[in-house]
Design a protein around this ligand. Structure first.
Ligand SMILES: [Zn+2]
Length: 471
């Protein structure tokens, strides 16, 4: 089955076919670095990271571009409030963005271009739009003339005439049309500025994505992604700029993630339900945050609450415990010749196909997670001495590693489990306890078990030996 994606532009699921063979130019709108990013921003960050990884899993060569908007009204206002240079604000929150992304298990993009490094490209594109009649200059500002672009509104499906009527209340006399938007803004006193043919100023927000997607990707992108809130006006304006300048389709597939609410309400600082990723990571396992997003299809609205995170944590724990059992059984059966352990039961083979089918269906991570829970159930129900156990566990672990970790970015071992020294020490303690038991020194054996329990380690006695896990 081929990968299908829901294309906002055509409002339907379509077969995904990149423009040139195996290569995928994938652009996602990145953060405006004026504050710590919040849990709503984490959704596209995590989900698009997974789309990129899945495309790579499917054999595509992905050029993944996530821009950094490091000059903007919000940054300038914040700098004025704190009486510092806008660059200091941008630097601080760019660092915070990368730090948070890393903690959430998000891989760096192929490239993270910054707006302020690409001013020349923006000047060039604005000049071309002026030359071919898509833009006009007024007193040092340059506006895009939306009446020059007949496709305006095609992505959002909005009725331009109705919008114009609605916008008239807030009319700017200098603009030809109330929906015309700024490509270049003349600098007000004290604002950061760059020289331009129209006087000192700075770029509008929309122009940077058109420019950076072209410079670091291609004139026609395979995928452009962002939150649904960016469809209008941001992405609509990007289309007008890029297609106006290049005369070719800007994007083949537009992907948009749904909104995030907090316990049924819109997140806002005034409601006191505003959570930054930093706040959340102090309280919760980053892998549980990933799981929380994975359990919902990316286009559906998602509701964030303590309850949902607890559910995600429990779901993750089920997978971690299953992973632990896989490793335990595989360690126990290390000596079995591979011909014996290679008889993979059909049931487990179907799981990989199930996960791939789910992801091929517009990245349905919720359904893919369902397959992981099925595997965990299968793993838990197999008796250790069952002859098919090693083959089952081997394939299950392969799926957990190659899809669970590589694609979904989940780690199933807790830190303590992945640390070799801890593993060795636990092996030693378990051995001493076994010796105590064989000498019928039950008091010592029990003391070892109870003391470990006190520090959060559970011993489990099986017919083939003793395993341990974090309680
Ligand atoms: Zn953008």
């Amino acid at each position: 089955m081929a990968l299908k994606v829901y294309n906002t532009l055509n409002r339907k699921k379509e077969d995904f076919v990149p423009l040139s063979g195996n290569r995928v130019n994938f652009y996602a709108c990145g953060p405006t670095v004026y504050d710590n990013f919040h849990i709503g921003n984490a959704r596209p960050l995590i989900m698009f990271d997974i789309f990129r990884r899945y495309l790579e899993y499917r054999g595509y060569e992905v050029n993944y571009i996530v821009n950094i908007t490091d000059v903007d009204d919000k940054i300038i206002n914040r700098a004025a409030e704190e009486d510092v240079n806008f660059k200091a604000i941008a630097r601080k929150y760019t660092d915070a963005f990368f730090e948070g992304a890393e903690k959430l298990g998000v891989r760096p993009a192929t490239v993270h271009p910054r707006a302020t490094d690409n001013i020349d490209g923006m000047l060039d594109l604005i000049r071309r739009l002026l030359e071919n009649g898509h833009a006009y200059e007024v007193d040092g500002d340059v506006y895009y003339d939306i009446s020059s672009f007949p496709g305006y509104g095609k992505l959002s499906g909005r009725d331009i005439e109705q919008m114009q009527a609605g916008a008239r209340i807030d009319v700017d006399e200098r603009k030809k049309n109330p929906l015309d938007f700024a490509l270049w803004k003349a600098a007000k006193p004290g604002e950061p500025s760059w020289d331009s043919p129209w006087g000192p100023g700075r770029p509008g927000w929309h122009i940077e994505c058109s420019v950076m997607s072209m410079l670091y990707g291609a004139e026609t992108l395979d995928i452009h992604a962002g939150g649904q809130d960016l469809i209008f006006p941001h992405h609509e304006n990007e289309i007008a700029q890029s297609e106006g300048a290049n005369g070719k389709p800007f994007v083949r597939y537009w992907l948009h993630n749904g909104f995030l609410d907090i316990e049924g309400e819109k997140m806002s600082k005034s409601l006191g339900n505003f959570f930054t990723v930093t706040d959340i990571l102090e309280k919760y396992d980053p892998m549980a945050i990933r799981m929380f997003f994975l359990l919902k299809h990316y286009r559906s609205p998602i509701d964030f609450s303590e309850e949902r995170i607890k559910e995600a944590t429990a779901a993750l724990d089920r997978l971690k415990n299953a992973y632990h059992k896989m490793n335990f059984i595989l360690d126990m059966n290390e000596d079995i010749p591979s011909s014996e352990s290679d008889k993979v039961p059909d049931e487990i083979k179907q799981f990989r196909a199930g996960i791939e089918d789910a992801m091929d269906d517009d990245f349905n991570t919720a359904r893919a997670m369902g397959c992981f829970f099925d595997i965990a159930r299968g793993v838990n129900s197999i008796e250790e001495h069952d002859g098919s156990a090693p083959a089952y566990m081997k394939e299950a672990r392969e799926i957990f590693d190659s899809l669970g970790t590589e694609v979904f970015g989940l780690t199933f071992g807790t830190e303590i489990l992945t640390d070799n020294l801890t593993d060795d020490l636990m092996g030693l303690i378990i051995k001493i306890r076994q010796d105590a038991r064989s000498e019928k020194n039950w008091a010592l054996a029990d003391r070892i078990r109870d003391s470990l329990k006190d520090i959060g380690i559970i011993l489990e006695d099986h017919s083939g030996g003793t395993s341990w896990k974090r309680g």
